[in-house]
Design a protein around this ligand. Structure first.
Ligand code: GTP
Ligand code: SPV
Ligand code: MN
Length: 590
């Protein structure tokens, strides 16, 4: 049998035959290699140096203005059986997709260097980790992969030992939106991405591998690959609960993962530990609990809105050794975005700033930075066994109806809450912003197979011996009549997490409603917060008529995944709908 190294070398040579690069560079992941790439990119203009006094080791990359976000309509998942992709994915026949991609890659690296990047998603010694190799012609991708993954020699050694890796092929191509496709072949554990240099389209370890391919692998191997942050909350007694939370893109994962406790909490000794800000892989341990790792080694975070008020941890994380993409710059060459003090002089496209052109920083401008630089980086983040998860949280941008927090009565109800998730769209993907759409488990753009099968997979974790986390749904984005957010959010969200932990520990009674358990009067600690009674009532209000309509809409949505929709989830939707009708009748006859 051929060794893994031979298999890898053969694949690299096949790719080189197709793409015809001038040179091949195998990445070792060293600091010297990173610095050489930076020098080369500074020389050819791919990177611009930022103020090295205020921001040592920081650089700016301006992407092509048509290439600033994920492109969901050009992202395909191709299974041997086309039906397996589900209505939640765009798909194409496997053979046709290969022919299409081969034509695009034909000769595309002529005159360029082809980089071979072995990487490991997760701690290098963790049984939960998985490896891949990305081939790319973009030095910007190499530099980002160096920050975002465990990349280079150690990963290649694990691949040679393990004999299995995800094959990712990427070329920046001509950056022509008409010739741009991000295609996944889960059955082949392979990814082909052409025509974009941007984040989730090009850093193939991230959304393409760690979510789309991994979710498919996880289904066959009995674990979960999710679009979730992981945060540890340490109480004054020194006990830490780990919480995993799924919010859609640009809906607050990085912020919650790096939360700074409100002053009173800090004084009492509460601490927050960041384990991950975007992706969570979890699997049942011997004790039946779910154990989670963050497969990434860095943060590719949204810049706009990051400030000393909202996320001081992120701000200090990115004070050095950071790649900024599509932010603006100030007169003294510091990175700038909306939400920071100071004024921009050059916008994200490198033009003199003019408010008539829109925001100075692109709304989806990002920072790439090593997680180790985060002041609250958890020592447990490198733990090979992962951290035990006490609570799973779902949430989205819902201007109305959804209360600040509610708890599912059991796992099945929790899966329904996740499946029913909706959110207003954001700038993280191209297309209209602020449109409400269903985004089950925040995985609409990332689930590598049929949502009906995915819901069934989630339900399957509820079996004898399982010690599953409690499941909650939050909404930081409910608005008042004046159009303003009712809840202050950010650090204050700890108040909601504290209630969840009290529920996990059996220390809060809660109030049962047909849609779930809400905090009983007085259970949410609001000291030090100027929130009037009417606002609090608004945040926790359950609008029966609104919820009846919502349950009907959820039912219709779930039906769109038939015949693969699990009957159990349908029954759960019916149960909640009936509970609403029953209380409605009680109220009417009272
Ligand atoms: P991706 O990296 O795209 O997956 O995004 P994310 O989920 O990590 O989102 P992030 O934490 O970067 O937040 C995105 C936007 O939401 C920023 O503009 C934040 O200011 C805003 N935001 C985050 N948390 C809150 C909150 O609690 N309340 C309000 N009102 N806005 C928030
Ligand atoms: C997201 O869009 O959810 C991101 C950024 O985290 S990207 O890597 O582009 O997917
Ligand atoms: Mn994300």
């Amino acid at each position: 049998m051929a060794s893994t190294l031979e298999a890898l070398e053969r694949w690299v040579s096949d790719v080189a035959t197709l793409t015809r690069p001038a040179k091949i560079h195998w990445c070792d992941g060293s600091e010297a290699e990173y610095q050489a790439l930076v020098r080369q990119m500074l020389a050819d203009g791919t990177l611009v140096e930022l103020n090295q006094q205020t921001h040592p080791g920081c650089y700016l990359h301006r992407s092509h203005p048509s290439d600033v976000a994920r492109v969901e309509h050009l992202t395909l998942v191709c299974h041997r059986d086309e039906q397996d992709a589900g209505p939640n994915n765009h798909t194409m026949d496997v053979t046709a997709a290969h022919a299409k991609m081969d034509a695009l890659f034909d000769g595309c690296m002529q005159g360029r260097t082809m980089y071979v990047i072995p990487y490991c998603m997760g701690p290098i010694d963790s049984p939960l980790s998985r490896c891949g190799v990305e081939i790319t012609d973009s030095p910007y991708v190499v530099a980002n992969m160096k920050i975002m993954t465990r990349m280079g020699k150690a990963a290649q050694e694990r691949i040679e030992r393990e004999g299995r890796f995800v094959k990712g092929l990427h070329s920046t191509g001509e950056l022509d939106p008409e010739r741009r496709f991000i295609v996944h072949f889960p059955d082949e554990l392979s990814i082909q991405s052409y025509g974009s240099g941007y984040g989730g389209n090009a850093l193939l370890g991230k959304k393409c591998h760690a979510l789309r391919i991994a979710s498919h692998q996880a289904r066959t191997e009995g674990w979960l690959a999710e679009h979730m942050l992981i945060v540890g909350i340490e109480n004054p007694q020194g006990e830490t609960h780990y919480i995993a939370a799924a919010f859609p893109s640009a809906c607050g994962k990085t912020n919650l993962a790096m939360l700074i406790p409100p002053e009173g909490y800090r004084k009492d000794g509460w601490k927050v530990w960041t384990v991950g800000d975007d992706i969570c892989w979890m699997r049942p341990g011997a004790d039946g609990r779910l154990y989670a790792i963050n497969p990434e080694a860095g943060f590719f975070g949204v810049a706009p809105g990051t400030s000393d008020n909202s996320n001081p941890n992120a701000l200090s994380t990115i004070a050095r050794d950071t790649i900024f993409t599509n932010v603006a710059v100030t007169a003294d060459n510091q990175p700038w975005w909306e939400g920071l003090p100071g004024t921009p002089v050059t916008d994200w496209q490198g033009r003199p700033y003019d408010a008539a052109n829109g925001p100075a920083a692109h709304p989806n401008s990002r920072f790439t930075v090593s997680a180790k630089q985060c002041p609250t980086w958890s020592p447990k983040a490198e733990d090979a066994q992962g951290v035990p998860i006490s609570a799973i949280v779902f949430g989205g941008r819902r201007p109305s109806l959804l209360p600040l927090v509610m708890e599912a009565r059991d796992w099945t109800h929790g899966v329904l809450m996740g499946a029913a998730m909706g959110s207003e769209t954001t700038a993280a993907a191209t297309g209209a912003v602020g449109v409400l759409r269903r985004d089950s488990m925040a995985m609409k753009p990332f689930c590598g197979y049929h949502y009906g099968d995915y819901f069934a997979h989630w339900l399957s974790f509820d079996k004898p011996g399982a010690q599953l986390p409690k499941v909650f749904h939050v909404n930081w984005f409910r608005k008042g009549k004046d159009g303003k957010f009712l809840w202050p959010g950010f650090g204050e969200n700890l108040r909601v997490l504290e209630w969840m932990i009290a529920r996990v520990e059996g220390k809060a009674r809660g109030e049962e409603t047909p849609i779930g358990t809400l905090p009983a009067t007085g259970e949410l600690k609001l000291e030090g917060l100027s929130l009037d009674k009417a606002t609090l009532t608004g945040l926790l209000e359950v609008d029966h008529a609104g919820w009846q309509a919502e349950l009907a809409a959820i039912g219709e949505y779930l039906d769109s995944f038939s015949p693969r929709m699990p009957a159990k989830l349908h029954a759960e939707q019916q149960r909640v709908a009936r509970a609403l009708d029953t209380t409605e009748r009680k109220v009417a006859t009272a």
